[in-house]
Design a protein around this ligand. Structure first.
Ligand SMILES: Nc1ncnc2c1ncn2[C@@H]1O[C@H](COP(=O)(O)OP(=O)(O)OP(=O)(O)O)[C@@H](O)[C@H]1O
Ligand SMILES: Nc1ncnc2c1ncn2[C@@H]1O[C@H](COP(=O)(O)OP(=O)(O)OP(=O)(O)O)[C@@H](O)[C@H]1O
Ligand SMILES: [Mg+2]
Ligand SMILES: [Mg+2]
Lengths: 253, 253
C-alpha cells in the first residue's frame, strides 16, 4: 500500500481533477485504489450520490456517525473506492480542519488503507494544516502545476514544504513529480511557464494534462472523465499514461 | 472607512486579481485605499519590491519586526497602499494562520485602517480560519464567481458563511455582491454557469470581469492591470465600472 498526496499551494490548478482521474486510471490498471478527499470543500463525488443526499465520508467518520471501515464507498469501478468528505456544513470548516490534525486522521484511515494498493489524498489549496497532516503520512507527493505564471512560483514553495516534512517528520516521503496541467500549447504564456518550471524544478513529469473543456463538465459533477466519456476518451487515456509513468517512478525512487 | 472582504471557497477564481485591480480602481476614484493580503500564499505585490527582496508586511508586523504603522507601503499611486504578506517561509504557514486568529489581526490593523476610506482584504481559498477572521471585522463581503461549474456550488457555501457570521458575530456585515469573473461569453458552459448563479443567488453584480490574457501576465507579477497597461486599458476601465457599481451598492445596503 502506497499513499500519494496531491498538493499545491495555488488554488484551482487541478488538484481535484488530477486526484480523481488518476485514481481511476490506477484502478483500471488493476490496482485497488482509494481516493480520500481531505478538502473541506468536498469536490470529490458530490454527484456520485443519489439525488441531493451527500455521500457519507470522512467528516461522518470523524464525528462518530460512521465507523471507519464503513467510510469508503465502492464506485461502479470495483477497484476504485472513494472516501468522500461527507456531511459538513461550510460554517464548520474551521472545526473540521482542527479535527483533522492530531491523531484523528490516523484513526479514520489506518483501519481501511491497508486494504488498498494505492491511496490518493486530495488536499485543499494552500500549504496549511490539512496538507501537512497528509504529507506527514504519505509516501509520495504529486504537485500539479498549472502551466501559467503564478503557479510556477508556488510549485517551489510546495517542494520546499515536502523537503521539510521529509527531513523533520516523515523520512519515507518522496517527491513523485511535478505534473503540468491545463497545458494549452497554443499559448505563449503557458509554454513560457512550462519552460520556467523545466529549468527550475527537479522531477517534472513527462506526461502533461492538456487544457480541455471535457474536464470542466466532468468536474462540475465531481466525476472522472472516463465515467462520462468512457475509458477510451483521449483525456482518460492520457491519465492512463500518467499512471504508467508514476508506477515506474514509484519503483525507482 | 469601510472594509471589503474578498472571499471564495474555490481556488483560482480570481480573488487576488479582483482585490488588486479593484483596490486600484477605488484609488483612482480618489478613495484612500489599503489592500491587505491575508493569504499566506502572498500573491500581492511580490513583484512590487526590489530585486528579490520581499516587501515587508503583515507577517513582519505579527512577528514584531515592523511596527503596525510601518506595515502598509504606499505604491506609485499615492491613494493606493498595500499591506503585503511580508516575510514568511512556506513551512510556517500553519503557525501564520494560527497567529492571525484571536486578537492579532486587530492589533496589526486597528492602528492603520482608520487612515483609509476603503480597506480590501484578499483571503486564501477556502472558508477557513483566516477568511472567518476577516469576515468577523469586515463591513462588506465580495464573492468572485468564476463563470464555470464548480465555482457556482461554492458560491452558495460562501454566502452561507457570510450570513452565519452576520447573525452570530458581526451584525454590520453585508453581502456586497457576487462578481462573475473570467467570463468567456463564447463558452456555453460559462454562460450556463452564469445563468445558474443568476437564478440561485441574490446580488449578482451587473459588472462582469471578462476572461482575458492580459490578466495572466499582470498576475504573474502581482501587479494591477493599469500599472502594466495604463488606466485606459479596457480591463482597467472595467474595474472602474465595478468600483462605481460597488460604491453605489455600499451607499444603499
Ligand atoms: N485539464 C484541464 N482542462 C480544462 N479545465 C480543467 C482541467 N483541469 C481542471 N480543469 C478545471 O479547472 C477548475 C479547477 O480544477 P480543480 O477543481 O481540479 O482544481 P483544484 O486545484 O482542485 O482547485 P481547489 O484549489 O479549489 O481545490 C475546474 O473547473 C476544472 O474543471
Ligand atoms: N479575468 C481573467 N482572465 C484571465 N485570467 C485571469 C482572470 N482573472 C484571473 N486570472 C488568472 O487566473 C489565475 C488565478 O487568479 P487569482 O490568483 O487571482 O485567483 P485566486 O482566487 O486569488 O487564487 P487562489 O485560490 O490561489 O488565491 C491567475 O493566473 C490569474 O492571472
Ligand atoms: Mg480541489
Ligand atoms: Mg489569491
Amino acid at each position: 500500500m502506497r499513499r500519494i498526496c496531491v498538493l499545491a499551494q495555488k488554488g484551482g490548478v487541478g488538484k481535484t481533477t488530477v486526484s480523481l482521474n488518476l485514481a481511476v486510471a490506477f484502478a483500471r490498471l488493476g490496482r485497488r485504489t482509494l481516493l480520500v478527499d481531505l478538502d473541506p470543500q468536498g469536490g470529490v463525488g458530490h454527484s456520485l450520490g443519489r439525488d441531493d443526499t451527500a455521500l457519507h465520508g470522512l467528516a461522518d467518520v470523524l464525528m462518530g456517525r460512521v465507523a471507519p471501515d464503513k467510510g469508503p464507498i465502492r464506485t461502479r469501478l470495483p477497484a476504485f473506492s472513494v472516501l468522500a468528505r461527507g456531511r459538513l456544513d461550510p460554517i464548520d470548516a474551521v472545526e473540521y480542519e482542527e479535527a483533522l490534525r492530531g491523531g484523528a486522521l490516523a484513526r479514520a484511515l489506518d483501519p481501511v488503507e491497508p486494504g488498498y494498493d494505492l491511496v490518493l489524498y486530495d488536499t485543499p489549496a494552500g500549504l496549511g494544516a490539512i496538507t501537512r497532516a497528509a504529507l506527514a503520512r504519505a509516501h509520495f507527493a504529486l504537485v500539479p502545476f498549472q502551466a501559467e505564471a503564478l503557479s510556477a512560483r508556488s510549485v517551489s514553495h510546495a517542494v520546499r514544504v515536502v523537503d521539510h516534512v521529509r527531513e523533520n517528520e516523515n523520512p519515507a516521503l518522496r517527491l513523485l513529480g511535478i505534473l503540468p496541467t491545463m497545458v494549452d500549447r497554443a499559448s505563449a504564456d503557458a509554454v513560457a511557464a512550462l519552460g520556467q518550471v523545466w529549468e527550475s524544478q527537479p522531477r517534472v513529469l513527462e506526461t502533461v494534462i492538456p487544457r480541455a473543456t471535457i474536464f470542466v463538465e466532468a468536474s462540475r459533477k465531481g466525476v472522472p472523465i472516463s465515467f462520462v466519456h468512457g475509458p477510451a476518451a483521449p483525456e482518460a487515456r492520457r491519465f492512463g499514461m500518467l499512471a504508467d509513468e508514476l508506477e515506474q517512478a514509484m519503483e525507482r525512487i
